[in-house]
Structures are given as C-alpha cells and as structure tokens.
Design a protein around this ligand. Structure first.
Ligand SMILES: NC(=O)c1ccc[n+]([C@@H]2O[C@H](COP(=O)([O-])OP(=O)(O)OC[C@H]3O[C@@H](n4cnc5c(N)ncnc54)[C@H](OP(=O)(O)O)[C@@H]3O)[C@@H](O)[C@H]2O)c1
Length: 330
C-alpha cells in the first residue's frame, strides 16, 4: 500500500482511504453485510484510513464502522467528525455546533458508538460561525490531552480559519470536497493555507459522488430517497452538461488503459504528495477498482490533456443546494 503523511510530521496513512458514509446514508439502499465485508477487504489490502462521522445515519455509520473494526483495531486509522446537527423534524436542514461542551459530549458519544478508546483523527465537520474557531479547537485540544483523540482535523474550513486554528493546536488534516469537478481548494486559498501550515488535504467525494465514474447515466438511476436527486449538479440541464464532460474523461481513461474512476482518483493524488483521497464505496469489487488508481501515474502532458477537456470551472451547477452551500469554505 502506498502511504502518505498526514500533515507535517504526522502519521502515515494509506494514500487512498475508504469513505464509509454511503454505506449508511444518502446514496440509496443499505447492505450492511457487504459494507462490512468491504471494510474488512480494505484493511486486508493495507488501506488504513476509514472515514465516518456522527451525522451519517445519524449515528448508524459510526456503529457500522465500529462493528467492522472489532478485532481489527490495530490495522485501522479511524477518522470521525462532529459539528453538523440535523433537525429530526426536517431531515434536509443542517446546523453547526462548535461549542466546547458539545465537542466534549460528541467525542464521548462517538467513542462509544465506535467501540474504541481513542479516535485517530477528529474533525470539526463544519465551522460554527457563532463560535470562534479558537474556542472549538481549544476544546478539541483538550481531548488530545485527555488521550481521547490523537490528531485534529477541520472540514470545509476556509484559509483564514485554518491559519487561526493552527495557532491553537497543530491541525493534521483539512477535509474538503476536491475532485475534477470541484477544484475549490486550489482556487480559494485553502490548499495554500494547508501548505503553509503543514496540513494534509483530505479530498472527499473524489469521484464526484459517483458521477465521474461514468456509471450514472440519468437522474433516474438513483433510488427515490437518494440525496443526489436534490443536488444541483445532478439536475436537468446541469446533468446533461456534466455528462458530456464525463464522456471526455471516459475517452481519456480508455486511452490510458484505466477506468474513469481510476483516472479521477489518480488526478486527485497527482495534485500533491500532501493530498489523500477517500473515495466511498460499499462494494468490494469497486474498492479493488479504486485501489487500482494507485498504479496510474499521470505525467504533465496527461494532466494538461485532462485540464483541456475538463477545465477548473467547466462543471455546471453548485456542489450543494441552498443553505448547505453557506456552510462550506467557512
Ligand atoms: N467532510 C464532508 O463534509 C464530507 C462530505 C461528503 C463525503 N465525505 C466523506 O467522503 C467520502 C467519499 O465521498 P462520497 O462517498 O460522497 O463520494 P465519492 O467517493 O466521490 O463517490 C461515491 C459514489 O461513487 C460510487 N462508486 C465508488 N467507486 C465506484 C466505481 N469504481 N465505479 C462506479 N461507481 C463507484 C459509490 O457507489 P457504490 O457504493 O455503490 O460503489 C458512491 O455512490 C464519504 O464516504 C464520506 O466519508 C465527507
């Protein structure tokens, strides 16, 4: 397995992690048996970084990951998150909570659901604009001192927030959406902030929530309750325009002799040795396909060819709908 360092002087983790969210939430039907088999297969293949969050389910994804790592704890590097609050009365609504007492209570609850004594990487999932980042990270630092957490992370924090957070405690990782169709970290100063502070960038949704693989041909491919049905990039004219871009990716992948998913992941990994990608799948066969991206090397001419057919601002539609968009890059 190829490993990368999680931030300056941080631990080594697999260059490709496994995003576990879709196993329990957002992306259609659950199959817990196959999901657990996929996590086991990942660990057997030397993938260490498992990504979950308390809000996935909510709670059921941490429970699933906890069940899967029982007896295999030593092989797993467990990353989870706190700070997005769901409203039971309105499942589409989201809030952020970064208050110190909430940080402490969330950590204890995650440890219990995961069935572990220490979380390897604990992220604030979204910045709470009503609580100074220093207060939230201060509370997270106390969790490190107490031995409940090993490394700290932020998710979708803007450059200025990263700078401020790193003055309170080292931040090992910033998790942000980053892929061929979401280049935000390169355009908004986020990646620069990571580099000046020695923070790794963990790219979430590196397959464009599945779209960049070419497997999604129509919005009707989704189950009725699939989250993507309500996502701007997967709707109407946007869908058609984005599909035309993906067809170009498919052609380049065919030339390269790899799958479109592998090309999309290889592109993310080529953006720097400090970038780690966490593609999500609940199927062993797709995990194997995705790990094959580690053998795909893109040279400068190939990266330029990808940029030519899929320029940074080519995507149609916002990556989140409405209020959710206000919560990113904060
Ligand atoms: N910090 C945040 O705010 C945030 C937000 C979103 C996600 N995340 C994390 O990032 C992880 C990854 O992101 P993601 O799951 O949203 O998106 P993704 O990794 O871009 O794509 C996942 C989707 O692609 C499909 N897929 C995976 N490999 C495939 C292949 N080789 N061929 C065809 N389809 C394939 C999966 O379906 P199958 O499962 O059916 O294979 C799933 O529907 C999540 O699991 C989560 O842990 C974090």
């Amino acid at each position: 397995m190829q490993n990368r360092t999680l931030g300056n002087n941080g631990p080594l983790v697999s260059a490709l992690g496994l995003g576990c969210m879709g196993m329990s939430d957002f992306y259609g039907t659950r199959d817990d048996a196959e999901s657990i088999a996929t996590i086991h297969h990942a660990l057997d293949r030397g993938l260490t970084l498992l990504d979950t969050a308390d809000v996935y389910g909510p709670h059921t994804n941490e429970e699933l990951v906890g069940k899967a790592i029982r007896g295999r704890r030593r092989n797993a590097f467990v990353a989870t998150k706190f700070g997005i609050v769901r409203d039971p009365a309105d499942p589409a609504k989201r809030g952020a909570n970064g208050r110190p007492e909430y940080v402490r209570a969330s950590c204890d609850a995650s440890l219990k659901r995961l069935g572990i004594d220490t979380i390897d990487l604990y992220y604030q999932h979204r910045v709470d604009k009503d609580v100074p980042i220093e207060e939230t990270v201060g509370a997270m630092a106390e969790l490190v001192a107490a031995g409940k957490v090993r490394y700290l992370g932020l998710s979708e924090a803007g450059a200025a927030t990263v700078d401020r957070a790193c003055k309170v405690h080292p931040i090992a990782a910033l998790q942000s959406e980053f892929s061929l169709w979401t280049r935000d970290p390169q355009g908004n100063g986020m990646l620069d902030a990571c580099r000046r502070n020695g923070v790794a960038l963990v790219a979430y949704s590196p397959l464009g929530r599945g779209f960049l693989t070419g497997a999604i041909r129509s919005p009707d491919d989704f189950d009725a309750d699939d989250y993507r049905r309500n996502s701007p990039r997967f709707q109407g004219e946007n869908f058609a325009r984005n599909l035309a871009l993906v067809e170009q990716v498919q052609a380049l992948a065919a030339d390269k002799g790899c799958s479109p998913a592998q090309l999309a992941l290889a592109w993310v990994l080529a953006q720097g040795e400090d970038v780690i990608a966490i593609p999500g799948t609940k199927k062993r066969s797709r995990l194997d396909e995705n790990l094959g991206a580690l053998d795909v090397r893109l040279d400068a001419a190939e990266l330029a060819a990808i940029d030519a057919v899929f320029p940074p601002d080519a995507v149609a539609g916002a990556r989140y709908a409405g209020a959710m968009m206000q919560m990113v890059n904060a």
